[in-house]
Ligand binder design. Structure first.
Ligand code: RAM
Length: 469
């Protein structure tokens, strides 16, 4: 019907393309009237979720750039004509506000098309759909995870195709893990690893993210934990692809990428976040104390790099420090409460439990108890992003809490699915749908690759458990 409908000044339409896509929009702008005596002025707003097109985006109360907001005003001089929007958008919904035509004519929108783009072809995407899970909810979560990952896989693994459209190291690790059990695009991971390796900072550490365009360049952002995760990312890649040569070439980069993280470890063997001003991320949750979590993360990274050393016949470089930090990890454990505590206020957070468990700092039973206890405490700091929830979920499963891991997947990622997600989001708080790390949810990304890991959890980490149950 749309082909025949005419629109003039002040009219508005919202189109639903049925699913999330990343790509280029084009349409034919036809005329209904006697003369085109003035240009057509349109505002196009691309929505990943309904909020984007059902609410007014401006003003946006945010500390990051408002130029990320997905709206565009265009002026079209000569009609009828084909309109090809030159920019790439990430969307399911399109709102068109007809700002003005003229009293002499109206416009019609015909032949609307989207040319969707991804590094993953539809054939490959379809082939990896097969997951032997009868459970409909989990199968849906797996599907949404894959669409999320596919739409973020472009010329690099983007964090989100709407924002920041950039390669971040911490995001890359989780995307790559999920890619190995779905699309298996090893060369895209390899490309991204080399991009980081080619851009070390002066002290040999790696930037937290990089820009591919207009020319390859490092961002000034530096995150200690992302730096430490480069080695584990190479280890995962090596195991998945069997490509030892890349690991050998990247070995010097791996060793230098752990220098700054390890420089935070004191004589007592404890990671001290206050040892430098550098950003320790772990999650966007408010007020998170990073001492305990970073302690676990650095042990984890060193252990993974030691395993990689064995694969490529190098001496294991971090045996001593792992031993020392493993002893020191016990000092984060509070016997009386049965949890790991962090920082001067002995903060309890899910994230601290997650990373110390992934590091296998203590035995799995103790880790599982610590995780479950923290998760049941209202005062404990909860994660905000799927990035941190992933580490909690994986820590549960790796500590014998497979049942609890599945429950968490259903609640958290299933919660987004119930809220209508076509692709998983950058952050999700079931109690506050407007939550944002940036001040305004309109600047959130709703196809954010660090949320794609249920496919990895279900297909790899929980595989045996799900087959048995
Ligand atoms: C956000 C990015 C990215 C994340 C950083 C720390 O701005 O979108 O996903 O890695 O924060």
């Amino acid at each position: 019907e749309l082909q025949d409908l005419s629109y003039g000044k002040g009219d508005q339409i919202i189109l639903d393309f049925g699913s999330h896509r990343v790509g280029y929009l084009s349409f034919h702008l036809a005329v209904d009237g006697v003369n085109v005596d003035a240009p057509t002025r349109l505002r196009l707003t691309f929505g990943e979720i309904p909020y984007d097109v059902t609410e007014v985006l401006h003003p946006c109360n945010t500390w990051i750039s408002t130029s990320w907001l997905p709206d565009e005003i265009i002026n079209v001089d000569w009609l009828p004509t084909d309109v090809d929007m030159p920019r790439r958008y990430s969307f399911r919904y399109l709102k068109i506000d007809i700002i003005d035509t003229s009293p002499k004519y109206k416009v019609k929108f015909q032949d609307i098309k989207v040319r969707a783009v991804s590094a993953i072809s539809p054939e490959v995407a379809l082939a990896s759909q097969k997951i032997s899970i009868a459970d409909k909810e989990l199968a849906l979560i797996d599907h949404i995870s894959q669409v999320t990952l596919r739409n973020c896989m472009q010329t690099v693994f983007e964090d989100g195709p709407r924002r920041d459209r950039r390669l971040w190291l911490g995001d890359l690790r989780l995307q790559a893990l999920t890619n190995y059990c779905t699309f298996k695009d090893y060369s895209l991971v390899k490309r991204c690893l080399y991009m980081f390796a080619t851009l070390p900072r002066e002290d040999g550490s790696l930037p937290a993210c990089l820009f591919e365009k207009p020319k390859l360049a490092p961002a000034s952002d530096y995150i200690v934990d992302y730096d430490a995760l480069f080695g584990p990312t190479v280890y995962d890649y090596t195991v998945a692809s069997g490509d030892l040569q890349t690991a050998i070439e990247l070995w010097p980069t791996i060793l230098s990428s752990l220098k700054i993280p390890l420089s935070h470890v004191g004589k007592d063997g404890k990671f001290d976040s206050s040892a430098s001003e550098a950003w320790k991320f772990l999650d966007w949750s408010d007020g998170l104390d990073t001492n305990a979590g970073m302690h676990g993360l650095v042990i984890f990274a060193c252990k993974e790099v030691n395993k990689l050393a064995l694969l490529i016949s190098k001496p294991q470089p971090f045996l001593d420090i792992v031993e020392k930090m493993a002893v020191a990890a016990k000092s984060f454990y509070d016997e009386s409460q049965g949890v790991f505590v962090s920082g001067p206020d002995n903060q309890i957070s899910w994230t601290s439990q997650a990373w110390l468990s992934l590091a296998q700092a203590v035995d799995p039973q103790t880790c599982l108890r610590a995780l479950k206890t923290a998760m049941s405490l209202p005062k404990a700091v909860k994660p905000l992003t799927p990035y941190a929830y992933h580490h909690v979920a994986e820590a549960l499963a790796r500590s014998g809490g497979e049942k609890e891991c599945v429950k968490l997947i259903r609640e958290y990622w299933g919660g987004m699915a119930k809220a209508g997600a076509d692709t998983f989001w950058e952050c999700f708080d079931e109690k506050d749908s407007r939550r944002s790390p940036y001040g305004d949810c309109h600047n959130n990304s709703y196809c954010h690759a660090w949320s794609c890991t249920p496919s990895y959890l279900l297909r790899v980490v929980l595989k045996d458990y799900l087959e048995k149950s």
